[in-house]
Structures are given as C-alpha cells and as structure tokens.
Design a protein around this ligand. Structure first.
Ligand SMILES: C[N+](C)(C)CCCC[C@H](N)C(=O)O
Length: 288
C-alpha cells in the first residue's frame, strides 16, 4: 500500500487547516448560537470580545488531528482506486479511472476518515463555542481549559461513547460528499487538461477550490445537524438522535436552518481546498 498519499494528505491537510480555521470558527458559532446577526457581526464580536486569538480557538487539536484525518481521506481514496483500477496515482493521468470508481473511492475515504475525525471534531466544536474572552485575569473561566481537558471532561461526564457524539451525523455528512469532492476535482482537472498530461498549478487550484465548495454546499445541511448533536448533552440532552434533531430544528427555525453557515463554509472551502490539492499534487509529483 503506497504510503506517500497518506503523508502528502497529512501535510496538505495541515496547510489547509491553518488557512481555514477562522472561517470554520465563525461557521460553528453561526450554526449553534443565535446571538449573531450574520457573518460580519460574528467576526466583529469575536475580534472585539476575544481578540484575533478567538478565531483560532480549538485549532491546536485539529492541527494534529485534521492532518491525520486528511491523511486517511486521501490515502484511503487513492488506495481504494488502486484496488478498483490497479492504477497508481501517477498512472491515472494516462489511464483515468471512471467517475463511478472515483465516487466509490471517495465515499470509502469519507466514511473511514469520519470515524477518525469524530472525537477531534467534537472537541473542536465544543472549544469553538466557548465565547468567554481569551483567558485574562478576572475574566470568567470557560468550561473547558483546552483540548485535553475537554476530552477528559467529556470522557468523565459522558464516557467513551460521549467522545463520539454526533459521529453518525458526521459519517452521513462526509460519506457522499467526499465522493462529490473527488468527482468535482477530477472532472474539472480533466476538463482543462490535455489528455495524458498533469494539470497545471492554476487548474489544480481552481479545481480544488470548486471541489471544496461543491462538497461543502452538499454537506452543510448535515453539518448543521452534526454541530448541534455535538453541542447536545452539554447541559441536558435535547435531541433523541439525528432525525429528531433535524425535525425539531426545522419545526423551530424552518428549512433555512439547513443552510446556516453555507456562505462561510463556501468562502472557507475555496482557499483551503485549493491549497490542499496543490500541495498534495506537488508532494506526490516530487515523490513520484
Ligand atoms: C466532506 N466535507 C465536505 C465535509 C469535507 C471535504 C473537504 C475536506 C477539507 N479538508 C476541508 O476541510 O475543507
């Protein structure tokens, strides 16, 4: 099993995460809190109340984890394609796999990375939702003092299963949408690249960016439900499951609730995934 795709996925995921985390923090706040009037209002309040550091809350953990998760996403995708088509990453420009195989490989990577991602994503969302100012003498102490304290508190209060709160919603979100992610990327690369050649940097950046937007727009409805399931149980259990969360969210806020954060998701998705795919491609070419 070639490991270079896993390593390239690790490095490219970390680069994309740092670029996108502030967008992600604004998105999570908009999805789970009702105190903000919109993206700009949320960004201004975070900056005024929590300083620039407020945008990077909960990033340390995903920096280690998202790299692993991205490593699983790209590594499983590429190796599933190897099993389905007997072609390596380098050979696929000359022998392009079918879109069915690309979608199946993407769904496989999406499902497995979601299982790895679940505990890390839960901790990220819990930390991002702490609105206290960054620790200052005399300021109110947030419930969680950091990622490790958050993980220990969840484990102590909710047990091992508590660390996988929202995992089903995460798997439902990521399995089909990672398939969409890779189909969009491969489709745009083929559209703008002469047959048998490697896509140019500009093609990789644009294809990666739009792959990120397409997959996040498709993922946003379950992304909202996932974030709410992860915040559930913080004080008292509100939802009985994914379906109950969906039904009660629509009842209380209308169908628009499913697209809470879609704008910020898309704004974040383009640069993050443009950088992710560019670094991934170049690392593999360098190793190729
Ligand atoms: C499947 N879903 C759309 C949720 C994510 C796909 C893109 C993953 C990328 N590392 C990013 O953070 O944007």
């Amino acid at each position: 099993m070639p490991v270079e795709e896993f390593v390239a996925g690790w490095i490219s995921g970390a680069l994309g995460l740092v670029l996108g985390h502030p967008f992600d923090t604004v998105k999570v706040r908009l999805q789970t809190q009702t105190t903000y009037r919109g993206i700009v209002d949320c960004m201004v309040k975070i900056y005024r109340h929590e300083s620039l550091l407020g945008f990077f809350k909960g990033m340390s953990f995903p920096l280690a984890s998202i790299a692993v998760v991205n490593s699983v996403l790209f590594g499983v995708y590429s190796n599933t394609l190897l099993v389905l088509t007997a072609t390596s990453h380098q050979e696929r420009r000359a022998q392009p796999p079918s879109y069915t195989h690309i979608f199946l490989a993407g769904c496989t990577g999406g499902f497995l990375q979601a299982y790895c991602l679940a505990p890390f994503d839960l901790i990220k969302v819990r930390l991002q939702n702490q609105t206290e100012p960054v620790a200052q003498p005399g300021s109110p102490q947030p419930q969680y003092q950091g990622p490790v304290h958050c993980a220990a508190s969840i484990f102590r209060e909710e047990g091992y299963r508590g660390l996988f709160r929202g995992a089903w919603a995460l798997m439902l979100r990521d399995t089909p949408t990672v398939g969409i992610y890779f189909i969009t990327y491969e489709g745009l690369c083929r559209q703008y690249t002469p047959e048998g050649q490697n896509p140019s940097s500009a093609t990789v950046l644009v294809a990666g960016g739009f792959a990120g937007i397409a997959s996040w727009v498709a993922a946003t409805p379950l992304d909202v439900i996932k974030s709410r399931m992860q915040m559930d149980g913080l004080r008292r259990r509100v939802y009985q499951g994914v379906l109950d969360c969906m039904v009660s969210s629509v009842r209380q806020e209308g169908l628009g609730v499913f697209f809470r954060g879609v704008t910020i998701n898309s704004a974040r998705a383009f640069p993050v995934n443009a950088v992710t795919f560019l670094s991934y491609e170049y690392l593999l070419r360098w190793w190729g």
